[in-house]
Design a protein around this ligand. Structure first.
Ligand SMILES: Cc1cc2nc3c(=O)[nH]c(=O)nc-3n(C[C@H](O)[C@H](O)[C@H](O)COP(=O)(O)O)c2cc1C
Length: 364
């Protein structure tokens, strides 16, 4: 009988050091989005490093089919950080050893996700409720990895009246963390209000290890401003990259003193086409159409006619028809304005982490 298990190639060679610096923006972990095709697109646009979608340590333990699928990789998919979630030290330590045997070298622990399925296990942001267990989990991962190869992605705390990220980060540093990323909101805040960048500046003052900034980085201007205001060692683009993967290229342009500008319609078409191509060649064929139905409108959501585009995409049954639908749509947008007319993209409201936490074991 034919096996349904996806092929898990040995992970590509990983560098001795991760790229850090203002000119080295990362792609953040994005459950349901930062898969191999999207990581490849972002790397082509200038992402210096990518983090996988969060992967369940328990899912690896149970050898879950979907969990391993999230880890599909190819030789150019480097540097790559594997983000794990879980709340059991033994399981997390085992997962790091198992992944190292597969060739992965860099690991991150999710201490920020507040999706109920994750938080119910005491994982994600819920780890900040029990710092002793969080530290035991961190140490298990750190002991299992090469020195300095484990990072931690934190929120400020679980509730607004229990902000304990600094205590946690200082203890993680003592335990041997290589780096921390701060998304400076509490889990209670979700994605609401404004990210408290001043906490990132404080992290820089109080910690000796590198600090990456996350939170409200919708444009390259936001990213560069955040670096200047906080002194962070780098930024991670999340929602900003989802609507415009060119954000990495724009970030580099801004640092060179050039305006980041708007995306010409022709350039937008190129990006969408490339993403479609990558999904076709690197994604699993069975869900390529399904993926593209949600991806294409994301890039053009602020353009007129997007509702009709959605309807046409939903009715579309064959991958080969997608190109034509996209052409019709973009031609409609460009008519009267010319093909090179810039497209003003607005901010992306998060698909409020109804985000599918990749690789939750079936029994969860
Ligand atoms: C759809 C979606 C999925 C996400 N998945 C993850 C994840 O798997 N792991 C994680 O640590 N953070 C995850 N995040 C949080 C982002 O990495 C980032 O920290 C957050 O969106 C704040 O950055 P931004 O405001 O610039 O988008 C996710 C966010 C969104 C919107």
């Amino acid at each position: 009988m034919k096996s349904l298990r996806p092929r898990v190639e040995p992970a590509p060679q990983q560098p001795e050091k991760l790229p850090l610096g203002w000119d080295k923006p990362w792609l953040a972990p994005l459950a349901g989005y930062s898969d191999l095709p999207f990581r490849t697109l972002c790397r082509e646009e200038g992402a210096a490093c990518c983090v996988t979608e969060m992967v369940s340590a328990k899912g690896l333990w149970y050898d879950g089919l979907n969990t391993w699928k999230v880890l599909e990789t190819v030789p150019w998919d480097s540097p790559l950080v594997v983000q794990l979630f879980g709340a059991e030290a033994d399981c997390l330590g085992w997962a790091v050893r198992r992944l190292r045997a597969q060739g992965f070298a860099w690991f991150d622990l999710n201490m920020g996700c507040s999706v109920p399925k994750v938080a119910r296990q005491g994982a994600g942001s819920a780890m900040l409720r029990d710092l002793d267990n969080a530290l035991a989990c961190a140490k298990a991962m750190i002991d299992a990895a090469a020195p300095g190869h484990v990072s931690f992605k934190l929120r400020l705390g679980v509730r607004n009246d229990a902000v304990n990220w600094l205590d946690c980060a200082l203890r993680l540093e003592d335990a041997g963390a290589g780096l921390v990323t701060l998304h400076p909101r509490t889990a209670q805040e979700g994605f609401g209000g404004q990210a408290h960048w001043e906490a990132i500046a404080e992290a820089k003052r109080r910690l000796g290890i590198p600090v990456l900034a996350s939170g409200d980085l919708f444009t390259a201007e936001d990213g560069v401003r955040c670096l200047k205001e906080t002194g962070a060692d780098g930024v991670m683009y999340a929602r900003g990259a989802l609507t415009r993967p060119s954000i990495f290229r724009e970030h580099a342009a801004l640092l060179r003193g050039e305006p980041a500008g708007e995306i010409p319609a022709g350039e937008l078409r190129r990006l969408i086409r490339r993403h479609m191509e990558l999904i076709g060649s690197l994604g699993s064929e069975d869900n390529a159409l399904y993926r593209l139905r949600s991806i294409v409108p994301r890039y053009v959501r602020s353009l007129p006619g997007v509702r009709l585009l959605r309807q046409r995409l939903c009715a579309c049954q064959r991958l080969e028809e997608l190109d034509g639908i996209l052409d019709d749509f973009l031609a409609g947008c460009a008519s009267g304005a010319g093909d090179a007319a810039p497209v003003k993209l607005d901010k992306f409201d998060p698909p409020e982490p109804s985000c599918r936490p990749a690789g939750l074991p079936e029994e969860e």
